[in-house]
Design a protein around this ligand. Structure first.
Ligand code: SF4
Length: 409
């Protein structure tokens, strides 16, 4: 399904609620990075609620709901408030905005919070316009609001781009989990199609089992009515010969990308487990943009390899040995490659020219997204192992063409 055509119902609906001129529209523009909402100094510029569908990286397709002020007045104001209340029924995640200069009286906000909570949605408080109060008061106001209203509050100023990452992180952290990708690959093949999986062998294969991403992909293919045919690379040519028709899709271990690519007919879509996981957990378009940076790396650059767990490195470990070696062969032996593992994620991200992240099978989508947001806040490109390996092997375009949402990338 094309993300541009993602039905509104399938989008995460993020509602912005607050008094007139609490800065809702400016906050929408800050979060979306574009002039989505009309901003004015005059109270009550947003009359009827406005829903705008958009791609909000790294969250994916969302619908942003801009509402009229909940303190609107007069007959027309009452009508606007009732429309805003209707929007609450369509909201999946609410941002309740309090302007810092008005934070002394939250009687109105507490009433709306009850309305939002009745609808069982997560609510995040946003203390906005902190540039309009003394900086030494901000933390007191923020923690006071948290205590008073019983919801988390993030302190920002819609005028400062530096607050975007903080706000996005809060949205990602509190977004309902059922907005995680409903399928891994079920949308890129049809029922009854054969999907061939090329699993790792020998040293890369854990003894006696498949690794989690492979198990998850097999389950997803079965759940979506596909034929999951799993082989190791040495049996792959024989399997292809034995099929009456070519498979609808081949998903391979990234490490045998070049070999699979060289024998698989060009018209059969090819991708990797790691790329499939990147799509469901992270943000594939961000990772593709990151992988394209590999071509412009210089020997004097520093890159970061980030692994989400602290597994004991294998001989010829992909993250600790192979990727650093392939990158140095390409860029020059002087390339600095740092490695971070587990929950450690360096704070000096801005020193890196590129971050290469593992598939993050031990991470939730929110954890991986929060790393993407941190990288984006520092303007550091980020990619994932599988996407990077495809780029290094010159087959990036082939392995992403099966994903309709990347058509114009
Ligand atoms: S969390 Fe990352 S490094 Fe650890 S097993 Fe999963 S993909 Fe590999």
């Amino acid at each position: 399904m094309d993300l541009q055509s993602t039905p509104r119902a399938n989008r995460l609906h993020i509602g912005f609620y607050g008094r007139r001129n609490a800065g809702k529209s400016s906050l929408i523009n800050l979060v979306t990075g574009q002039q989505t909402a009309l901003v004015s100094d005059h109270a009550g510029t947003t009359t009827d609620p406005v829903i705008k569908s958009m791609e909000l990286l790294p969250l994916g397709p969302v619908a942003v709901i801009d509402t009229a002020g909940l303190d609107d007045e007069g007959d027309l104001g009452k009508l606007r408030i009732s429309r805003t209340m209707e929007m609450m029924d369509r909201t999946d995640l609410a941002l309740l905005i309090v302007s810092a200069p008005d934070a002394g009286d939250t009687s109105l906000e507490r009433g709306w919070l009850e309305e939002l909570k009745k609808r069982k949605m997560p609510v995040i408080g946003v203390l906005n316009q902190i540039d309009r109060v003394g900086s030494d008061c901000v933390e007191n106001i923020r923690s006071g609001l948290e205590e008073d209203m019983g919801i988390p509050f993030t302190a920002v100023s819609a005028n400062g781009r530096e607050y975007r990452a903080e706000l996005l992180s809060a949205i990602v952290k509190h977004a309902p989990t059922d907005f995680e990708s409903p399928t891994l690959v079920g949308d890129i093949f049809s029922r009854g199609d054969a999907v061939v999986l090329v699993a790792p062998q020998d040293i890369q294969a854990p003894k006696g089992r498949l690794i989690l991403p492979q198990v998850q992909v097999i389950r997803d293919i079965l759940d979506n009515g596909g034929l999951a045919l799993t082989v190791t690379f040495d049996c792959f040519p024989k399997l292809l010969d034995s099929l009456k028709e070519l498979p609808a899709l081949v998903i391979t271990d990234s490490q045998v990308f070049p070999q699979v690519n060289s024998i698989l007919p060009r018209d059969v879509p090819l991708t990797s487990f790691s790329i499939v996981m990147a799509r469901s957990k992270g943000d594939l378009s961000t990772f593709v943009r990151g992988a394209r940076v590999i071509n412009s790396l210089k020997e004097s650059d520093k890159v970061l390899i980030a692994e989400a767990c602290t597994h004991a490195p294998l001989q010829e470990d992909i993250g600790r040995e192979k990727l650093p070696r392939w990158l140095r062969e390409r860029v020059g032996s002087g390339l600095t490659v740092d490695i971070s593992t587990g929950l450690d994620f360096p704070s000096n991200l801005n020193e890196y020219a590129l971050i290469l992240h593992c598939g993050g099978c031990m991470f939730t989508r929110k954890q991986l997204m929060s790393r993407i947001i941190k990288a984006d806040a520092e303007n550091v490109p980020i990619t994932n192992y599988g996407v990077a390996i495809a780029a290094i092997n010159g087959i990036l375009e082939r392995v992403i063409e099966v994903f309709p949402e990347l058509k114009n990338q």
